[in-house]
Design a protein around this ligand. Sequence first.
Ligand SMILES: NC(=O)c1ccc[n+]([C@@H]2O[C@H](COP(=O)([O-])OP(=O)(O)OC[C@H]3O[C@@H](n4cnc5c(N)ncnc54)[C@H](OP(=O)(O)O)[C@@H]3O)[C@@H](O)[C@H]2O)c1
Length: 282
Amino acid sequence: MAQHFTGKNVYITGGSSGIGLSTAKQLAALGANILIFARTRERLEAAAAEIRKHCRSEGQKVSFMEVDVGDSENVNRVMAGAVQEFGPPDLLINCAGRAYPHYFEKIGYEQFDRTMKTNLYGMWNTTAALVPEMKKKGGCIVNVSSLAGLIGVFGYTAYCASKFGVIGFSEALRSELKRYGIKVAVLCPPDTDTPGFAVENQTKPEETKEASKGAKLMSPDEVARQLIIGLKKDRFIIIPGFDGKITWLIKRLFPSLVEAVLDGQIRKVQKRLKNTQAGAKT
Ligand SMILES: NC(=O)c1ccc[n+]([C@@H]2O[C@H](COP(=O)([O-])OP(=O)(O)OC[C@H]3O[C@@H](n4cnc5c(N)ncnc54)[C@H](OP(=O)(O)O)[C@@H]3O)[C@@H](O)[C@H]2O)c1
């Protein structure tokens, strides 16, 4: 596995936390040079220090740069600087992301806009800034979508719109970039125990919580491990974990069954909530 990544330049947006950080640490352990990007300097500094501890050799480079992926001018400027200082990426991982789950009418335009800017425009911006450089020597681009980029999830209208978009973008890009020796993959993690996931839980509707109750929460380290295996195997869609893979398979084969099961769970919770509210009133 190390052979695959030793001495390679890896750029990871959202590399200061969660899945991005775990991936950075594991790729550092496989000998890659790591450059992480996010908005908050203190978190970037702390993450870079952590990643350095995982390096195999002293010659490996680990660095960070502040960027807001949703701001195309900022991305163009920062990525140009990154290429000059660090050299172009062999592997670009677009992992920066956010979610604000809520009932559709409670999400509002501002949250929808922020979600799209980070998850969809952000991926577009970094890819657009770096593809001209990557075309010179080939490489790989990983776009982080979600299981909610394959299946519409209650409470996730804005997020699903962005993550379904990531998959469509990646499929189209994949066929365009083949001739330049650039591979494209999408990572579709299930619920994963990260700082971002903890924030999501604060606004998640009860119906969503109920639907995901039985599902196992994955660790970001395991998601990163499976991403690296998927890359090694040249997979296009990488779904970490058995539950996620089986859910997607059933959804493709029996979409009405998945809809019926989810609708049933949602109805049950809504009935319970109605009874609780009625009880509180009397
Ligand atoms: N956790 C899950 O259950 C789960 C499941 C499926 C898919 N995913 C996807 O996996 C990715 C990582 O999720 P996570 O849970 O690991 O998230 P996380 O712990 O919240 O980390 C998000 C990272 O993205 C950065 N970021 C956010 N907005 C940014 C922006 N506008 N510009 C640059 N960087 C930005 C954050 O740093 P700053 O805030 O400092 O910028 C941080 O480094 C996301 O794309 C998410 O949608 C997560």
